[in-house]
Design a protein. Sequence first.
Length: 325
Amino acid sequence: MNQPASNPVASLSLDLDNKWSYMKTHGDAGWESLPSYLDIVVPRVLGILKERNLTITFFVVGLDAAQDKNRDVLRSIADNGHEIGNHSFHHEPWLHLYSDAQLEEEIKRAEDSLEQATGKHPVGFRGPGFSLSNSLLELLTRRGYMYDASTFPTYLGPLARAYYFMKSRLDSVEEKEQRKKLFGSISDGLRSTKAYRWRTSPAELIEIPVTTMPMFKLPIHVSYLLYLSNYSSAIALSYFNTAMQLCRMTGTQPSLLLHPLDFMGCDDTTDLSFFPAMQMQSSQKVAFVERVFDIYANRFDVVSMSEHARRLQSADLPRVTPRFN
């Protein structure tokens, strides 16, 4: 259950990466046919959220919204009161390689598809694979976005990328070059875990980072917690509790990230075994995620990303000039 507003605010979001998008990034054949698990995972997540009276943000991929077969299940997200965010159209974690014209087409096409499928126009964006650039931030500001949520302040990005390349099926130099900034660089660990404002030439844009453990910059998103739970559920939950205590001690308003595979297991699909914790049963994962939700909602007033951004609009946030290579 949501706690009274006297609790510090926190947000919760889910990157609705579909089966084909994981296969595409991983280099698996057959992704072009757009295999989907949305009809499995979306009702499951909505049920868990409804039980706890939680309203969150779903970052939806435009290409999924453009498919007639997905319209009903995506509409159900908006009909249940949840926010629809823009997660790009093609879900390519190399938006930093796009030209300005390509970025404009990518963002606008996603917006149009999301609005047609759900009836909601997005006001927030998260880049696939945390992909971000100066041009993209300026474009989002010009298009009237309220916030971006594409930064992931951790030093462990290169390790995550190394694990990903070890498990991938990429053959061409071009494919590896496209993905060489996946999950960010060591310098991303220098970024703030607290919200701030990007100072772009059109205007300012609120940035709500994917929260990592204050001071230590270790990941705390639910996929990572599930990975730790393979060794010990008690240790994983203690780790999360420690992170939440540090957030409250440091005045960090956390923004917790979810993925569809946090709610799916080997009994749902065997094609994504390269993803951490996919040897677990879905019932195990759901039970663990529910405990994380209960800890989170007990300590914070949990809201959607847009509501989080709205509450930050009057705050005196630090101003940061974007500098991406």
